[in-house]
Ligand binder design. Sequence first.
Ligand SMILES: [Zn+2]
Length: 307
Amino acid sequence: MAKIMTVNGEITGEELGIVDYHEHLAFDAPPWLLREDKDFRLDDPEKSAAELKTWIRAGGKTIIEMTAIDFGRTISKIRRVADQVPEAQIIVITGYNKHYFCDQSVWYTPESELIKSCIHDITDGIEGTDIKAGIVKGGSGYNTFTDKDQKLLRIAAKVHLETGVPIITHTEAGTMGFEQVEYLVSYGVKASHICLSHMDRNPDFWEHKRIAETGAYLGYDCPGKIKYGPDELRNNVLRRLVDSQLGDRVLLGNDLGRPSYWRHYGGGPGLDFVLTKYIPRLHAEGFSNEAVDNLLIHNPKRFLTMA
Ligand SMILES: [Zn+2]
């Protein structure tokens, strides 16, 4: 079983505990993006650390910080959060989120150079630090699969094949997930080494089933974010997946990439929502302990150790 790289060094699958597969802890979004949308200013390591402690108190152990290069990954801020919450096992990433966020340099820089730089993040460290990435990201736009989308996914595929870290992608509102898996697989990636984020934005059982049947993982990361649909919708699809013996293909997170989602920044539902509110609801709705443990512990362990 592969080991997993965190901000504070390697850990084993046994040490993972409860995993949140998709979060953002602190980052400096590109200035042009902040002018467009101030609600990406999640940039205060003290507030983020205080809220991360609530998640630890709720039982969380390992958290994947999914901020990609184009979205403003800022490793010095992650270091400051990590130092204040040493109990948290934080995994950081390399790679790109989606073409909309990427600056022009991503398009005119040769693919081989971008790949080299992502590999450096994994093998040597990010931005001159000893913090190494443990995941690579790629992504596509809303119902698009353009040359730019494909370039970002190809980079992720090649970095994965070179280094062996798993791939977590961005899907825009849960679209093009199946196409992403087909494309990555065509470059030699095993489906079970891919997780698609935001699939519960598109709570469509038929679509989730055909993706899960490839062996790829579905990332559910919108509980409590009602603007993306009530939890009833995702729970109904989740129920049908569990009943179809596909409950082992879902990873859970909350993707709180905006300060308006964080209590310590004045918003909600807060970083501990999944553990303190959503999981009890799953139990109340009749999901078994086994189904819940799969979501929180066993599925992410299988995915991250590439078992
Ligand atoms: Zn995210």
